[in-house]
Write a protein that binds this ligand. Structure first.
Ligand code: NOJ
Length: 540
């Protein structure tokens, strides 16, 4: 047999782990996580087996959107630490054989950024055109009907200079004007600043928002809207996002990265598959990994997910590298979306599909969305649209480390309340429990990282129905693996008509079944998922 000699880059065969810095580990007792806290927890991440850490924004910020409103792109927010702390973190991440990815927020700055302070100071200020300023309509209303993602109009009236400015997110997050070449130059310069320090790449925030329609046309109504949705969804953002000019900008960012060795660009993009894959660019000249949120956005339904995996695989341009995500700081946690049992099935799916997985801190110990009483809500999305259960605080609660005070997160009052069950379910306890979510994650990661077929092999769909999804991962010259997942609570029976097989279960949500030999059929309990090492298999 020939062996697969292809070399893969660190972001292709490694796993990415998202740290939400406010909630990971507090080192100085102010109740808010910080960079020294992340340093303390590097051994945990190393033993989990992840390759890269992506940290949500750590820059100076008024924190109106918890760091996604930046007032200095080249500094560190003092509550998180100093630039010396950052340099130490970067050095220690690298010393541990891992990589560090920062969040880049090019769509908007804080309204407290010096650029915007200048821009709003007068109509003839040289920075005026760095942001998006428009006259009112004759009746004084905003220039068009565009809505803010966080509720209300996306236009804010400025009394002093008598124009509106555009903000896709908060009033305190004015959008930069990417049609002005000086803006592009400034952001590319910021990228170089961090790359020169040695950071390994960026997760680019809100990438599909950067350029807006040149004619500022009204967005059409969304016929699917209902009032459980965010008010933003009343319209389809066809003119305010995903404009053709985006691709030149993403390519320019990519060229900056390509000036360095092996740096990564992940792009945050919520678009349907065929629009999403365009952000790989012609000949892969744009984002390395346009984030694939299919497993977040689809209902937890075996048929729909199986079809979506095939659609995504089928839509990927030649040599484009896939990726998968099941959680982040903007979305309900997987455990709360699909339940504790199915969250384990989701873990197997995430870690056995073809492409780079991104884990969200705490998902590996099955953290849940913590209910936050109305008077404690801090997230602007929740505060601006009350009554719709849209606050993102529940998925941003402190990491549950151990059963010391405040789950080992802080020695004082945590900035956001903890899951009440922390003393009986936390990372330290799960590390010693073979039946825990953490133990399953670790086994999955070990198998994935050890076996070329699971790490970088091809994806071959085998079977799916209303209960299950089954597929084979296979790399030339290496043992192939069969993955069978039951996405329901009821038992199901895998008896594929298209293949015959014989092998050994190597990972199972029910660990007592590991090491059992299976041949041509497998009976699955409700909520069971497993990986079979295929000693023999062939299409029928
Ligand atoms: C996406 C980020 O993930 C989210 O947290 C933030 O509120 C918006 N972009 C605005 O920057």
């Amino acid at each position: 047999m020939s062996t697969d000699q292809k070399q893969y880059l660190w972001w292709q065969d490694g796993i990415i782990y998202q740290v939400y810095p406010r909630s990971f580990q507090d080192s100085n007792g102010d109740g808010i996580g910080d960079l020294q806290g992340i340093i303390q927890r590097l051994p945990y991440l190393q033993q989990l087996g992840i390759k890269a850490i992506w940290i949500s924004p750590i820059y100076p910020s008024p924190m109106a959107d918890f760091g996604y409103d930046i007032s200095d792109y080249k500094g560190i927010w003092p509550t998180f630490g100093t630039m010396a702390d950052f340099d130490q973190l970067l050095q220690q991440v690298h010393a541990a054989g891992m990589r560090l990815i920062l969040d880049l927020v090019p769509n908007h700055s804080s309204d407290e950024h010096p650029w915007f302070i200048e821009s709003r100071s007068s109509r003839d200020n040289p920075k005026r055109d760095w942001y998006i300023w428009k006259d009112a309509k004759p009746d004084g209303s905003p220039p068009n009907n565009w809505l803010s993602v966080f509720g209300g109009s996306a236009w804010e009236w400025d009394e002093k200079t008598k124009q509106y400015y555009y903000h896709a997110f908060l009033v305190k997050q004015p959008d930069l004007n990417w049609r002005n070449p000086e803006v592009e130059k400034a952001i590319l310069d910021i990228m170089r600043f961090w790359l020169d320090k040695g950071v390994d790449g960026f997760r680019v925030d809100a990438m599909w928002h950067l350029v807006k329609d040149a004619q500022w046309r009204d967005n059409p109504r969304n016929p699917e809207y209902n009032d459980t949705m965010a008010t933003y969804n009343q319209l389809l953002p066809v003119y305010s996002t995903d404009q053709p000019e985006m691709h030149g900008i993403v390519a320019a960012m990519r060229q900056v990265l390509d000036g360095y060795s092996e740096r990564l660009m992940i792009a945050e993009i919520y678009l349907p598959i065929h629009r999403l894959v365009a952000y790989y660019g012609v000949n892969n000249s744009e984002a390395h990994l346009p984030f694939n949120f299919l497993l977040i956005s689809l209902p937890w339904d075996a048929r729909q997910i199986a079809v979506a995996i095939d659609e995504y695989e089928g839509a990927l341009p030649t040599d484009a590298w896939p990726n998968w995500v099941i959680g982040n700081h903007d979305q309900p946690r997987i455990t709360s979306r699909v339940g504790r049992e199915q969250a384990l099935v989701a873990a197997i799916l995430l870690l056995t599909l073809r492409g780079t997985p991104t884990l969200y801190y705490g998902d590996e110990i099955g953290m849940i969305d913590v209910p936050i009483p109305p008077e404690e809500v801090q997230d602007p999305q929740g505060l601006n649209m009350p009554g719709k259960n849209l606050s993102r605080d529940p998925e941003r609660t402190p990491m549950l480390w151990d059963n010391s005070k405040n789950a080992g997160f802080t020695r004082s009052q945590p900035w956001l309340r903890l899951d009440r069950a922390w003393h009986r379910d936390n990372a330290a306890m799960q590390e010693n429990d073979f039946y825990s979510p953490f133990a399953l994650y670790r086994r999955l990661i070990q198998w994935r990282q050890r076996e070329p077929s699971l790490k970088t092999g091809s994806y071959r769909p085998v079977y799916s129905d209303h209960q299950m999804i089954a597929y084979i991962r296979e790399a030339p010259g290496h043992t192939a693996f069969l993955i069978v997942l039951n996405l329901t609570h009821r038992p199901c029976y895998f008896t594929p008509a298209t293949i015959s097989f014989k092998g050994v279960i190597v990972v199972d949500i029910l660990p007592e079944l590991e090491q059992i030999t299976v041949e041509n059929s497998i009976d699955l309990s409700g909520d069971e998922g497993l990986i079979v090492r295929l000693d023999e298999w062939k299409p029928k």
